[in-house]
Design a protein around this ligand. Structure first.
Ligand SMILES: Nc1ncnc2c1ncn2[C@@H]1O[C@H](COP(=O)(O)OP(=O)(O)OP(=O)(O)O)[C@@H](O)[C@H]1O
Ligand SMILES: [Mg+2]
Length: 345
């Protein structure tokens, strides 16, 4: 294991830029990517692109009145692409933009799924380790963390620890993980480390959520290779959708080369303030772009959500009656609903 102090931010940036250059070189001939490219139906599948624009119209007419969505196999979050063959839903919480609510969503959605008695594992894939501290885990007292799994080849289960929430376990992250991006760059199977680590290790869980760092570096590429789908939090702020085409481009590259089953699970609007025109504008733009993929549940700006991590608690434990807790419970219900297998006949 390397000395956690040794990699400088410059080293990490250089490693990331090298990887991005390699990815871009490999797919230099590809045109810009749209959601339809990612969701393009193969022969015999439904036409998602048409449904998406129809859905956008419906939503524009009034999201609240929207009828219950039709459920087909393609609607449900796919199982992990390369990680597991069972019905474990492995979902990455991804957006390379910083501070959009990835960790808040990962921690609180995971806790709410667990409260709904769905066995859930949260994997902290961010060297900042905010999901780890947000669930009250003492980083100094760990036997193993996600770095040992990705770089050291330790079994995933050796790094799993229970949390204060029944049904919720976590694979924690520490600053060690800053080194992983550099060390893995020249490693064999560098993009598949997480996918391989999940194999045969997560069957007991119904949901596995992966909290990603704010970059499109090797850690995020590992997440995209391992998950069945991605949930993209979008902060209701200026330039909210900026950078999303780059994210979709990376998803497309991973889909082509590393994880053909990768899908967009959904888009969640965070820090929503319904009094602001800006929030409604962002919502409209998101629906325009992502159609039905935009979750009906929006997460309001709520001070309890920002206080809870400093008490090492998900908001559902910190203040169950807060608007933040209620909204993440609704989000969990919506995810469960969207993941329900299609009804036959
Ligand atoms: N709905 C919300 N209401 C109020 N504060 C929020 C909300 N969601 C997130 N925050 C706060 O915004 C900040 C950024 O949130 P968070 O850490 O979840 O973003 P992130 O995307 O994980 O950031 P990073 O890219 O650095 O990993 C945190 O201080 C968090 O407490
Ligand atoms: Mg985060």
């Amino acid at each position: 294991m390397i000395d956690a102090e040794s990699p400088t931010p410059g080293d990490v940036r250089a490693a990331r830029e090298r990887l991005e250059r390699e990815l871009q070189r490999a797919f230099a001939e590809d045109p810009p990517v749209s959601l339809q490219d990612i969701e393009r139906p193969a022969a015999g599948e439904r036409d998602v692109s048409r449904e998406t624009s129809e859905a956008a119209d419906t939503v524009r007419r009034g999201r609240k009145k929207r009828k219950k969505r039709s459920r087909t196999g393609a609607d449900s979050a796919p199982v992990a692409g390369q990680a597991t063959e069972r019905r474990t839903r492995v979902i990455g919480i991804v957006n390379q933009k910083g501070g959009v609510g990835k960790t808040t969503t990962a921690v609180n959605l995971a806790a709410c799924l667990a409260v709904a008695e769905r066995r859930t594992l949260l994997i902290d894939l961010d060297p900042q380790g905010n999901a780890t501290s947000g669930l009250g885990v003492d980083k100094s007292a760990l036997d193993a963390n996600v770095y040992d799994v990705l770089v050291g080849g330790e079994p995933l289960r050796s790094a799993v620890i229970p949390t204060a929430v029944p049904f919720l376990d976590i694979v924690p992250a520490t600053v060690d993980l800053f080194g992983a991006e550099i060390e893995l760059v020249s490693a064999i199977g560098r993009e598949h480390r997480l996918a391989s680590a999940l194999e045969g290790q997560v069957e007991e869980y119904e949901f596995v959520l992966v909290d990603c760092p704010p970059s499109l570096g090797l850690l995020t590429v590992n997440a995209l290779t391992a998950v069945g789908s991605v949930l993209i939090p979008i902060q209701c702020e200026y330039y909210a959708l900026e950078g999303l085409s780059q994210l979709l481009g990376t998803i497309r590259i991973v889909q082509k080369s590393l994880n053909p089953g990768l899908a967009i699970e959904g888009v969640v609007l965070t820090m929503y303030d319904q009094r602001l025109n800006l929030a409604r504008q962002v919502e409209e733009e998101a629906v325009e772009y992502f159609g039905e993929k935009v979750y009906s549940t929006v997460i309001p700006r709520n001070v309890r959500l920002s206080e809870a991590p400093s008490f090492g608690q998900p908001v559902i434990l910190y203040d169950i009656l807060s608007a933040g807790a209620v909204s993440y419970m609704k989000l969990a219900e919506e995810l469960i609903e969207r993941c329900r297998p299609p009804e036959n006949g």
